[in-house]
Write a protein that binds this ligand. Structure first.
Ligand code: ADP
Ligand code: MG
Length: 376
């Protein structure tokens, strides 16, 4: 087991002499055996980071260390890192067994030792029955398991997985996700998974590094990034359905300060903990998750009277959508299935402990609780 440390890692490519900062001053330190997800939209620098760790790509500046050892000048095969790509091509004429043992055979490892290792790893990944097969006969899920077996046979200190589930669909994808988590529990190898799927990152990782345009936005546990996103980007990226985020303005009325939507259709008191942080007559971005809005029947000083625009009954939950402005729909997710219809009158209430306020210029979170903001 090992700690992986990325220390001010930077990668610049040049395209038509213009620099592309694919990765900018990335600092991440994993714990021994930790499962970390690099999460972000396509093109944000995830694969570049993984390829630098594996040694398939040089670093522009910065260091990569495993424990106390700097590895960025080492040849990929000397780094003790296992890498499973999104679509790692197998050698088609070779059997699964031969594919998994390819590197060991190339190094003239004794046959008995190879056999033992392959058996152990295929037991772990439940691919014993596939060993004699040809790669072309495998399903997507089976291919990915073989792919991971090939990375693990070298007993790496660090396992890297680049979008291992992206080519799988529906049920297989879900099953494989559980299998990867189970596998990690078994082998406890420091693992970095790259994904653009926030649900995958939330389900699998001990900590998630959220990256945008090559820049780390937040590195935290799934609960930290969900409950205390450091900025609007993280807030919008984590959570499904996404957080409701819209513009509000502050306004004084009867000795209290209120947030109002642009058209003043929504009006609610600024929660106490935010009062000292907001200025009068200013615009903010207000965020609240669909599950943090409740439908209420009794009168409450903070309740908001409005109308249902669209109602969806999804069986295990219902979703209520309320058009508050021309291009602004507020979504509510509730475990209760209401008999609502378009136009019905409804009273809603925001859970004031769970609202998020962001600066409109920087996108940074405005709050009194201490959060380790990487960007401020
Ligand atoms: P991700 O894996 O997050 O989708 P990548 O790491 O593949 O993103 O790419 C990050 C950025 O670097 C993108 O803008 C991409 O176009 C650019 N890039 C990646 N590889 C190269 C390369 N070999 N040459 C030039 N630009 C590259
Ligand atoms: Mg990629």
């Amino acid at each position: 087991m090992a700690k992986l440390i990325l220390d001010n890692l930077h990668k610049t490519y040049y395209k038509n002499k213009e620099p592309i900062h694919a990765v900018s001053d990335l600092n991440i330190e994993t714990n021994d055996g930790e499962f970390v997800a690099l999460l972000g939209p396509s093109g944000c620098g995830k694969s570049t980071t993984l390829r630098m760790i594996a040694g398939l790509e040089g670093v522009t500046s910065g260091n990569i260390r495993i424990g106390d050892h700097k590895i960025n000048d080492l040849h990929p095969k000397d780094r003790n890192i296992g890498l499973a790509f999104e679509n790692y091509a197998m050698y088609p004429p070779l059997s699964v067994y031969e594919n998994i043992s390819f590197n060991m055979r190339a190094k003239n490892v004794p046959r008995q030792k190879i056999k033992k290792q392959v058996e152990k790893i295929s037991d772990l990944l439940d691919i014993k029955d596939l060993l004699h097969m040809n790669p072309s006969a495998l399903s997507g899920g089976q291919k990915q398991r073989v792919n991971i077996a090939r990375a693990l046979i070298r007993r790496p200190e660090v396992l890297l997985l680049d979008e291992p589930l992206s080519h799988l669909d529906g049920k297989v994808r879900h099953k494989m996700r559980t299998e990867i988590k189970h596998l990690h529990n078994e082998i406890k190898c420091t693992t970095i998974i790259v994904t653009h799927d926030q649900l995958e990152a939330m389900a699998l990782a001990d900590r998630i590094a959220i990256i945008k345009d090559g820049v780390l936005q937040q590195f935290g546990t799934p609960l930290e990034v969900f409950n205390h996103p450091v900025n609007e980007f993280v807030a919008g990226f984590i959570g499904e359905p996404p957080m409701n985020i819209f513009s509000v303005f502050t306004k004084f009325k009867d000795g209290n300060i209120y947030f109002t939507s642009k058209n003043e259709k929504l009006q609610f008191k600024v929660p106490d903990k935010y009062v000292e942080f907001v200025q009068e007559g200013k615009e903010y971005h207000f965020g609240i998750r669909p599950t943090d809005i409740s439908v209420i029947t009794d009168d409450h000083p903070d309740s908001i009277d409005t109308n249902v625009t669209v109602f969806e009954n999804l069986g295990e939950e219902s979703r209520i959508h309320i058009k508050i402005e021309e291009d602004n729909i507020l979504s509510i997710v509730s475990e209760e299935i209401y008999p609502f219809d378009t136009g019905d009158h409804i009273k809603i209430k925001f859970d004031t402990d769970r609202i998020h306020i962001f600066d409109i210029e920087t996108g940074g979170r405005i709050e009194n609780t201490k959060v380790t903001a990487i960007l401020s």
